[in-house]
Design a protein around this ligand. Structure first.
Ligand code: ATP
Length: 322
């Protein structure tokens, strides 16, 4: 019998609860014990944990956020902080740690594993979808659908008043949410951190929209686009588009919340299950992901410091359809 520790860390993402549930239930199905750690690495260092049973994860699959809470933890970035965490892991009798989070979480997990010979498995959960080793990360689909829902509502009011709306979506380094939200919402323009935004081209595209007699327009801006985001972009456009009432809407944290979509629940269930299965097979220091609909493992150290490419075919599609 093994004892597994599980925690959620970094930015919360809808579907984390479904992953926790799958870890707990799959571990119990093979007779393993699970210790749930609250508040991510912070709680780990503080020894904030308890043993959980299958009934402790009842009625959480549909809930957003994370029942284990998440945290950012500066102390864990230092070798001393990780040594404290390793001591807690050894004292609690934890044989392997499953971390549910993003690339920062995995970077910390990889260091903990290497420095203290601790078996760690990563489950990718971040609304940004920017992790290599999985086609999608837990939380992305929900965040995307939340953003699309908001865009549809904004389009209605933009149309009613002949307005130009600049809608900022999350994505400091990655444009996945912006790109698919823009395509789904029929945006006239999509601005991404992955492609250089030239103001001349932005203005040219918006002028074409005006010439096509469309009275409203919608621009989706990733927060990490080099224009500096929707507010700064609005300042740069106002002088040239006086005929438009330019409005800005920053979707912000609504994109993190809410009940996970069916797709995120299934993804999280599969990945939580896979994390236990790969431990059974003797793997460690890996992230479980899904590539082309199959479970795939990627060494943890390959998952951070690398950028997952957006699909530039979709960028071209968006340009053709606008
Ligand atoms: P998201 O992508 O949603 O922001 P994340 O896992 O990347 O999620 P971070 O805040 O970057 O979120 O990382 C979570 C925690 O992992 C940090 O608070 C810190 O404790 C730990 N961590 C991050 N980077 C490192 C690092 N380089 N070394 C050690 N620990 C780290």
């Amino acid at each position: 019998m093994k004892t597994i520790g599980v925690l959620t860390s970094g930015g919360d993402a809808p579907g984390m609860n479904a992953a926790i549930r799958a870890v707990v239930r799959t571990a119990h199905s093979v007779g393993w014990k699970v210790i749930a750690i609250r508040h991510g690495y912070k709680g780990l260092i503080e020894g904030n944990y308890k043993t959980v049973d299958t009934s402790d994860v009842s009625n959480i699959i549909q809930r957003g956020g994370t029942v284990l809470k998440s945290a950012r933890c500066e102390e864990f970035r230092s070798p001393e902080g990780r040594a404290k965490a390793a001591k807690v892991i050894k004292d609690a009798g934890i044989d392997a740690l499953i971390t549910i989070g993003g690339d920062g979480t995995f970077q910390g997990a990889a260091l903990l594993g290497k420095e203290h010979d601790i078996s760690v498995i990563g489950i990718p959960a971040t609304i940004d979808n920017d992790l290599v080793g999985s086609d999608e990360t837990i939380g992305y689909d929900t965040a995307l659908n939340t953003a699309v829902d908001a865009i549809d509502k904004i389009r209605d009011t933009a149309d009613a008043h002949d307005r130009m709306f600049l809608v900022e979506v999350m994505g400091r380094d990655a444009g996945f949410i912006a790109l698919e939200t823009g395509i789904s919402g029929g945006a006239e323009l999509i601005l991404l951190p992955e492609s250089l935004t030239k103001m001349k081209e932005v203005k040219g595209s918006l002028n074409k929209v005006l010439e096509s007699q469309r009275r409203s327009s919608l621009v989706v801006v990733a927060e990490g686009d080099e224009t500096g985001g929707a507010l700064k972009l609005a300042d740069k456009l106002r002088g040239d588009f006086k005929q438009y009432d330019i409005r800005v809407c920053i979707l912000g944290h609504v994109q993190r919340g809410g009940s996970p979509t069916a797709r995120d629940r299934v993804l999280a269930s599969r990945l939580g299950h896979a994390a236990i299965r790969v431990l059974e097979e003797g793997h460690s220091q890996v992230m479980v992901g899904i590539v082309n609909n199959d479970i795939k493992i990627t060494p943890l150290k390959m998952t951070f410091g690398k950028k997952k490419d957006i699909n530039f075919g979709l960028v071209d599609l968006a340009k053709t359809l606008r």
